[in-house]
Ligand binder design. Sequence first.
Ligand SMILES: Nc1ncnc2c1ncn2[C@@H]1O[C@H](COP(=O)(O)OP(=O)(O)OP(=O)(O)O)[C@@H](O)[C@H]1O
Length: 252
Amino acid sequence: MSLVTASHICVRFGAEEVLHDVSLSLAPGEIVTILGPNGSGKSTLLRALLGIVPVAEGSVTRAPGLRLAYVPQRLMIDRTMPITVRRFLSLPVRTTDTAAAEALARVGMAGREADQMTQLSGGQLQRVLLARALLGQPQVLMLDEPTQGLDQPGEAAFYRLIEEVRHDTGAAILMVSHDLHVVMAASDRVICLNGHICCEGTPRVVSTAPEYRALFGLGTQGALALYRHEHDHDHPADEPHPHHHHHDHHHA
Ligand SMILES: Nc1ncnc2c1ncn2[C@@H]1O[C@H](COP(=O)(O)OP(=O)(O)OP(=O)(O)O)[C@@H](O)[C@H]1O
């Protein structure tokens, strides 16, 4: 069963073809990461799947009645207008105190309702964004560069949280990232994008693919070595692990 499917889509902005013949489908409980350099069309692909950006060719299908949450790459918070975490969670859909407290507890931010949004650290902000996305009990969660600006421990912690969310809610998670990192151990599947799909598969398969190496050069080898070490340590098999708890593992 597929929740969201793109079938041979092309997206053009004027004369520029940003996505060419891209196909992908997302199954329940899957964690999929889209990886690619700046400008490779990652955000555009998410937006096409969401129906925000029209496709010039091909088609996008979403399961009927699908509950989908999207956290965009950039959040426009007016720094001059103070807003608490609690009020933010009620935008744009008003939520109960109980639901807000539960969502904050799930992301490790219990009791932080009165905090000012503008005073949160990068990692805390990502957790609050995730909490708000979870309020609608999504079947699909799309996160555009959720670990941007986080340090490596922060990034690893965020990915562990994502695995917990998948385990607890069964949601499918589609994330965008621009580099292969130790945190990729959380992904069942990686799609390497550069206008078209260069290669895809388990993180291990993609990390050794010549297409991936050509796209990212040799600069990522350190991170790859680290990632492999951690991955071998945690998960000897290359199979997806949709129903296991990972948060007691140590990815970094
Ligand atoms: N609304 C738009 N109108 C015109 N061009 C656009 C629009 N949105 C994106 N583009 C162009 O499409 C290309 C892909 O952009 P996109 O944001 O999808 O890349 P990305 O892989 O997410 O990049 P990054 O890693 O820098 O966020 C870029 O060249 C961008 O300028």
